[in-house]
Design a binder for this molecule. Structure first.
Ligand code: NAI
Length: 256
C-alpha cells in the first residue's frame, strides 16, 4: 500500500481526506495539534507552528512516504504570526524536511484557498516573504514588515500559492521527481468557516456561497487532494486546482 502523510486530520477537510485515503487502501499517518475523535492507527500529535514542533513530527515519520497532504491551517483569528507560521512557514518546513523521504514520483499537495489569489497583485511582497529560508522568527518578520492581523490569512495563502509554483521547479523536489500542487477550496462547511464569518462578515461569505448555490463540504474537497497525490496526476505539477463549485471562474469571468 501507499503511505500518505496528512496534516490537520482532527477536523474538517483533513479528517475527510484521511478517511477517504484509508478507504482507498492507503496507510495514513495523521498529524494534528489536537487529538482526532476517530481512531487512527498512526497519529502524531504535533505542532506545525514552531521549528521545534516540525522537527518533533519528522522524527516520528517512516523513511519512505508516497505523498504529503498539507491540510492543517488557521483562520487568522489567532493573529498574523501564528497564521503565517502554521499556514506557510510550518507547512514549508515540513515539506522541505520530508522531501528526502518522498519516493520518486511522489507528491505534495498544499491546501491553499481562494483567499490567496491576490498573490499576483502582491507579488513583490510574496517574493520577499517566500525568499526567507527555513523556519524564520515569524514574529520578527511580522513587525519588520508591519503586517496586520487581518492580513494574515490571505497573505499566508498568497505565499503558499507562489511557493507551490516555485517548489515544483526546485531541485529539492524536482530532482527527486516529487510534484508539488495546490488545491484552493471556496467556502466549505467546517469549523473554520464560522471563524471566517467572524473575520470577514456574513455578507462576504454568503455572497460567495450564493454565487455557486451552496457551500462546499469536506467530501467535495478530499477527492481532489487525493487525486493530485496519486500517480494519475503524474503530469500535473506546480498547478493550483480551484475546488469551489465555480466560484473563482465566476469572479474571473465576472458572471453574476
Ligand atoms: P478546520 O479548522 O476544521 O481544520 C483545521 C485543522 O488544522 C484542525 O484540526 C487544527 O487542529 C489543525 N491545526 C491548526 N493549527 C495546527 C498546528 N499548529 N499544528 C497542527 N495542526 C494544526 O478547517 P478546514 O476547513 O478543515 O481547513 C483545512 C484547510 O482548508 C486549511 O488550510 C484552510 O485554510 C483551508 N480552507 C478551508 C476553507 C473553508 O471554508 N473551510 C476555505 C479555503 C481553504
Amino acid at each position: 500500500g501507499k503511505t500518505i502523510l496528512i496534516t490537520g486530520v482532527a477536523s474538517g477537510i483533513g479528517a475527510c481526506a484521511a478517511e477517504l485515503a484509508g478507504q482507498m487502501g492507503a496507510d495514513v499517518i495523521g498529524v494534528d495539534v489536537r487529538e482526532p475523535s476517530s481512531g487512527f492507527s498512526s497519529f502524531i500529535k504535533g505542532d506545525l507552528s514552531t521549528a521545534v514542533g516540525v522537527e518533533e513530527i519528522v522524527k516520528q515519520l517512516p523513511n519512505r512516504i508516497d505523498a504529503l497532504a498539507n491540510v492543517a491551517g488557521l483562520s487568522g483569528n489567532t493573529g498574523v504570526t501564528a497564521t503565517l507560521a502554521v499556514n506557510f512557514y510550518g507547512l514549508r518546513a515540513l515539506s522541505e524536511t520530508v522531501a528526502s523521504r518522498l519516493r520518486e514520483g511522489g507528491a505534495i499537495v498544499n491546501v491553499a484557498s481562494i483567499a490567496g489569489y491576490g498573490w499576483r497583485a502582491n507579488l513583490e511582497r510574496a517574493k520577499t516573504l517566500t525568499a526567507v529560508a527555513g523556519f524564520p522568527d515569524v514574529a520578527s518578520l511580522v513587525s519588520e514588515h508591519g503586517l496586520k492581523n487581518e492580513e494574515g490569512y490571505p497573505l499566508s495563502k498568497e505565499l503558499l500559492l507562489l511557493w507551490t509554483m516555485r517548489a515544483a521547479h526546485e531541485p529539492l523536489f524536482k530532482a527527486r521527481g516529487v510534484r508539488v500542487n495546490a488545491v484552493s477550496p471556496g467556502p466549505v462547511e467546517t469549523p473554520i468557516l464560522k471563524q471566517f464569518r467572524a473575520v470577514l462578515g456574513d455578507a462576504r461569505v454568503d455572497s460567495d456561497i450564493t454565487r455557486v448555490g451552496r457551500a462546499g463540504n469536506s467530501a467535495d474537497i478530499a477527492p481532489a487532494i487525493l487525486f493530485l497525490c496519486s500517480d494519475g496526476a503524474r503530469w500535473i505539477n506546480g498547478a493550483n486546482v480551484p475546488v469551489d463549485g465555480g466560484l473563482e471562474a465566476s469572479i474571473n469571468a465576472d458572471v453574476l
